[in-house]
Design a protein around this ligand. Structure first.
Ligand SMILES: Cc1cc2nc3c(=O)[nH]c(=O)nc-3n(C[C@H](O)[C@H](O)[C@H](O)COP(=O)(O)O)c2cc1C
Length: 141
Protein backbone atom coordinates (compact mmCIF):
# COMPACT_ATOMS: atom_id res chain seq x y z
CA UNK A 1 0.00 0.00 0.00
CA UNK A 2 1.57 3.26 -1.17
CA UNK A 3 0.87 5.62 1.73
CA UNK A 4 2.11 9.13 2.54
CA UNK A 5 1.22 12.13 4.69
CA UNK A 6 0.89 15.78 3.72
CA UNK A 7 0.30 18.80 5.90
CA UNK A 8 -0.46 22.47 5.42
CA UNK A 9 0.43 24.38 8.57
CA UNK A 10 0.12 28.11 9.24
CA UNK A 11 1.23 28.13 12.89
CA UNK A 12 2.96 24.74 13.22
CA UNK A 13 0.33 22.46 14.77
CA UNK A 14 -0.43 20.45 11.62
CA UNK A 15 3.29 20.03 11.10
CA UNK A 16 3.66 18.74 14.68
CA UNK A 17 0.78 16.27 14.30
CA UNK A 18 1.93 15.24 10.83
CA UNK A 19 5.54 14.69 11.89
CA UNK A 20 4.46 12.41 14.76
CA UNK A 21 2.11 10.40 12.53
CA UNK A 22 4.55 10.01 9.64
CA UNK A 23 7.34 8.97 12.02
CA UNK A 24 5.13 6.43 13.82
CA UNK A 25 3.76 4.93 10.61
CA UNK A 26 7.11 5.22 8.83
CA UNK A 27 5.59 6.94 5.81
CA UNK A 28 6.92 9.90 3.80
CA UNK A 29 5.81 13.38 4.83
CA UNK A 30 5.21 16.40 2.57
CA UNK A 31 4.85 20.09 3.37
CA UNK A 32 2.20 21.38 0.98
CA UNK A 33 3.57 24.94 1.15
CA UNK A 34 6.36 23.66 -1.10
CA UNK A 35 5.82 20.01 -2.05
CA UNK A 36 3.51 18.47 -4.63
CA UNK A 37 1.39 15.40 -3.88
CA UNK A 38 2.84 12.62 -6.06
CA UNK A 39 0.72 10.41 -8.32
CA UNK A 40 0.16 6.75 -7.49
CA UNK A 41 -0.73 7.03 -3.80
CA UNK A 42 -3.25 4.54 -2.44
CA UNK A 43 -3.71 6.45 0.80
CA UNK A 44 -2.86 10.01 1.85
CA UNK A 45 -3.16 11.33 5.40
CA UNK A 46 -3.89 15.05 5.12
CA UNK A 47 -3.35 17.30 8.14
CA UNK A 48 -4.67 20.86 8.29
CA UNK A 49 -6.12 23.61 10.48
CA UNK A 50 -9.18 25.86 10.34
CA UNK A 51 -8.89 29.62 9.72
CA UNK A 52 -11.92 31.93 9.98
CA UNK A 53 -14.06 28.80 9.80
CA UNK A 54 -12.40 27.48 6.66
CA UNK A 55 -9.43 25.62 5.25
CA UNK A 56 -6.51 27.72 4.05
CA UNK A 57 -7.14 28.70 0.39
CA UNK A 58 -3.55 27.74 -0.48
CA UNK A 59 -4.26 24.16 0.61
CA UNK A 60 -7.45 24.07 -1.46
CA UNK A 61 -5.54 25.42 -4.46
CA UNK A 62 -2.97 22.65 -4.08
CA UNK A 63 -5.71 20.01 -3.94
CA UNK A 64 -7.34 21.47 -7.08
CA UNK A 65 -4.35 20.13 -9.03
CA UNK A 66 -5.09 16.50 -8.13
CA UNK A 67 -6.30 14.14 -10.84
CA UNK A 68 -9.55 12.19 -10.47
CA UNK A 69 -9.16 9.16 -8.18
CA UNK A 70 -5.62 10.13 -7.13
CA UNK A 71 -4.91 9.44 -4.27
CA UNK A 72 -7.19 6.42 -3.90
CA UNK A 73 -8.19 7.50 -0.38
CA UNK A 74 -7.62 10.62 1.72
CA UNK A 75 -7.82 10.52 5.52
CA UNK A 76 -8.20 13.88 7.31
CA UNK A 77 -6.65 15.00 10.59
CA UNK A 78 -7.66 18.47 11.75
CA UNK A 79 -6.82 20.87 14.56
CA UNK A 80 -8.77 24.00 15.41
CA UNK A 81 -9.39 26.25 18.39
CA UNK A 82 -12.90 24.81 18.60
CA UNK A 83 -11.43 21.32 18.67
CA UNK A 84 -14.08 19.47 16.69
CA UNK A 85 -14.34 21.39 13.41
CA UNK A 86 -13.82 19.25 10.31
CA UNK A 87 -12.19 20.17 6.99
CA UNK A 88 -15.52 20.29 5.17
CA UNK A 89 -14.24 22.33 2.23
CA UNK A 90 -11.45 19.82 1.65
CA UNK A 91 -13.99 16.98 1.81
CA UNK A 92 -16.27 18.70 -0.72
CA UNK A 93 -13.44 19.58 -3.09
CA UNK A 94 -12.00 16.06 -3.06
CA UNK A 95 -15.44 14.50 -3.52
CA UNK A 96 -16.03 16.77 -6.53
CA UNK A 97 -12.80 15.42 -8.00
CA UNK A 98 -13.86 11.80 -7.51
CA UNK A 99 -11.41 11.24 -4.65
CA UNK A 100 -12.65 9.14 -1.72
CA UNK A 101 -12.37 10.67 1.73
CA UNK A 102 -12.57 8.42 4.79
CA UNK A 103 -15.74 9.20 6.75
CA UNK A 104 -13.83 9.34 10.02
CA UNK A 105 -11.74 12.42 10.74
CA UNK A 106 -9.37 13.01 13.64
CA UNK A 107 -10.02 16.34 15.33
CA UNK A 108 -8.33 18.05 18.25
CA UNK A 109 -7.67 21.49 19.66
CA UNK A 110 -4.94 23.79 18.39
CA UNK A 111 -4.11 26.92 20.35
CA UNK A 112 -5.03 30.28 18.90
CA UNK A 113 -3.75 33.53 20.45
CA UNK A 114 -4.26 33.05 24.23
CA UNK A 115 -6.84 30.31 23.81
CA UNK A 116 -6.08 26.64 24.51
CA UNK A 117 -2.37 27.17 24.98
CA UNK A 118 -0.38 23.95 24.85
CA UNK A 119 -2.67 22.26 22.32
CA UNK A 120 -2.21 20.00 20.52
CA UNK A 121 -0.68 18.34 23.58
CA UNK A 122 1.06 14.98 24.03
CA UNK A 123 -2.20 13.11 24.58
CA UNK A 124 -3.76 14.61 21.44
CA UNK A 125 -0.67 13.80 19.38
CA UNK A 126 -0.78 10.20 20.68
CA UNK A 127 -4.49 10.03 19.79
CA UNK A 128 -3.72 11.26 16.27
CA UNK A 129 -1.12 8.51 15.87
CA UNK A 130 -3.55 5.89 17.22
CA UNK A 131 -6.27 7.10 14.82
CA UNK A 132 -3.94 6.93 11.82
CA UNK A 133 -2.71 3.45 12.81
CA UNK A 134 -6.28 2.19 13.15
CA UNK A 135 -7.41 3.61 9.81
CA UNK A 136 -4.32 2.35 7.98
CA UNK A 137 -4.79 -1.15 9.40
CA UNK A 138 -8.45 -1.02 8.40
CA UNK A 139 -7.86 0.10 4.81
CA UNK A 140 -4.87 -2.22 4.32
CA UNK A 141 -6.86 -5.32 5.35
C1 LIG B 1 -5.70 33.40 11.41
C2 LIG B 1 -6.28 32.26 12.19
C3 LIG B 1 -7.66 32.07 12.17
C4 LIG B 1 -8.24 31.02 12.90
N1 LIG B 1 -9.59 30.82 12.87
C5 LIG B 1 -10.14 29.78 13.54
C6 LIG B 1 -11.54 29.53 13.47
O1 LIG B 1 -12.31 30.22 12.80
N2 LIG B 1 -12.06 28.49 14.18
C7 LIG B 1 -11.25 27.68 14.95
O2 LIG B 1 -11.78 26.75 15.57
N3 LIG B 1 -9.92 27.87 15.01
C8 LIG B 1 -9.34 28.89 14.32
N4 LIG B 1 -7.99 29.10 14.36
C9 LIG B 1 -7.15 28.17 15.13
C10 LIG B 1 -6.44 27.14 14.23
O3 LIG B 1 -7.39 26.35 13.52
C11 LIG B 1 -5.58 26.22 15.08
O4 LIG B 1 -4.61 26.99 15.74
C12 LIG B 1 -4.90 25.16 14.26
O5 LIG B 1 -4.27 24.25 15.14
C13 LIG B 1 -3.91 25.78 13.31
O6 LIG B 1 -3.17 24.76 12.65
P1 LIG B 1 -1.70 25.10 12.10
O7 LIG B 1 -0.86 25.47 13.31
O8 LIG B 1 -1.23 23.86 11.46
O9 LIG B 1 -1.83 26.23 11.16
C14 LIG B 1 -7.39 30.13 13.65
C15 LIG B 1 -6.01 30.33 13.65
C16 LIG B 1 -5.45 31.38 12.92
C17 LIG B 1 -3.96 31.55 12.94
Amino acid sequence: MNTALAYFSVTGHSKKIGSAVSAALQIPSMDLKTDVIPAGLDCLFLVGGIYAGKSDPRLLQKLEALQSGQPGLVVLLTSSAAGSTRQEQVRELLASKGISVHPDEFTCRGSFLIFHLGHPNKTEIASAVAFARRVLAEVSA
